[in-house]
Design a protein around this ligand. Structure first.
Ligand code: KG4
Ligand code: ZN
Length: 336
């Protein structure tokens, strides 16, 4: 079974061909980061225009590198939610046209389910059920993965996502977009106990997250230092921010795993590339005898392979779409 996966929800145009769910025959990613850097974040209209220009070439390259043509493909999977609406529409309409022209089934993929599926590509033995913490630029979700295509969200951020917190703190420190990776690099040479930063408690739901207080504390601290003409050690501040975010993610994930009785935990989303998050969560799981899974670094950020992989499981479960498929900017995992 060969599935073509197409991703265009944010600032990466990506396509991939996947064989029998987990074997990646090709994966092509065209990133727009350099262009959005000039503006300090993703400019939605520019993202849509670049997807429009690149999507055909990226898809052709994915088919060519896999050594297949459209005729060999069993289904066309596409991210339809959530994300930037104009960006999603490019991928959805392109996939619909491909499905129409080739007569192949169209398979809708939820972007977060795609991030989770990145773990299946890296770990051939991983099977549901397990608990997954998904931390990306736009989402922080604790999800029960009940089956390959069945999810139950048990915790979510009340305000900023973990990646957004990394990026906004990084911007306040003067690092270019996306800043998470710069904090990660600076943190390698910093003292994580140098700054005491807030770890919020979310009233009402023990598995929910909140990162806006941490972001505001960091932004205010830098602002006050600047006003007083004082310098802030960016290595130490980066290490402290990273340790705090990793700590919040680890604490909530372990609490949920233990409360809900999971002995398998996975990490997913762009922030799963973070050295501190990977180390702290894997250590906490090891200490408690919980089996821990995380994607290889190349599969942490947005890519087509994870969409092709999850699309394969949707296809096997009979989840396909007709020509009325539309893009959806916001869609809970509970509703897919
Ligand atoms: O999943 P993703 O590629 O896009 C969304 O679906 O949002 O996640 C992007 C996020 C950005 O906020 C980026 O700064 C963050 O993941 N990120 C990192 C690292 N690499 C990517 N954050 C911290 N440390 C990293 N090494
Ligand atoms: Zn993503």
């Amino acid at each position: 079974m060969l599935i073509l996966g197409i991703e265009s929800s944010c600032d990466e145009t990506a396509a991939s061909v996947c064989e029998d769910c987990r074997k990646i025959r090709s994966s092509v990613i065209s990133t727009q980061i350099e262009e959005h850097k000039k503006y300090g974040g993703v400019v939605p209209e520019i993202a849509s225009r670049r997807h429009c220009e690149n999507i055909l070439g990226v898809t052709r390259q994915a088919l060519d590198s896999a050594g297949v043509t459209l005729a060999d493909i069993d289904g066309i999977a596409v991210t339809y939610a959530p994300g930037l609406i104009g960006a999603l529409l490019v991928g959805v309409n392109f996939a619909k046209a491909l499905a129409f022209a080739s007569g192949k089934p169209l398979i809708p993929v939820h972007h977060i389910a795609g991030h989770i599926a990145a773990n299946y590509i890296t770990h051939s033995g991983l099977k549901p059920p397990y608990l997954c913490i998904v931390a990306s630029g736009a989402h922080t979700h604790l999800i029960e993965v009940l089956d390959y295509t069945k999810f139950h969200v048990v915790g979510r951020t009340r305000d900023d996502a973990a990646g957004e917190c990394f990026d906004k703190c990084a911007r306040a420190m003067g690092f270019p977009y996306p800043g998470g990776v710069h904090i990660d690099k600076m943190a390698q040479n910093g003292d994580s106990s140098a700054f005491r930063l807030p770890r919020p408690h979310v009233a009402g739901s023990e598995f929910d997250f909140s990162f806006s207080g941490l972001k505001t504390t960091v932004v205010n601290m830098l602002h006050h230092a600047e006003q007083k003409g004082e310098s802030v050690d960016k290595n130490n501040l980066s290490a402290s921010i990273q340790h705090t975010i990793a700590g919040i993610i680890t604490e909530k994930t372990i609490l949920a795993a233990e409360s809900l009785g999971y002995n398998k935990v996975a990490l997913a989303g762009g922030v799963s590339a973070n050295t501190g998050v990977r180390a702290e969560l894997s250590q906490a799981c090891a200490e408690r005898g919980i089996e821990f899974f995380m994607p290889e670094i190349q599969l942490c950020g947005d890519n087509g392979a994870m969409i092709a992989c999850h699309g394969s499981y949707n296809f096997l479960a009979g989840i396909t779409a007709d020509e009325s498929l539309n893009a959806v900017a916001t869609l809970s995992m509970d509703n897919i």
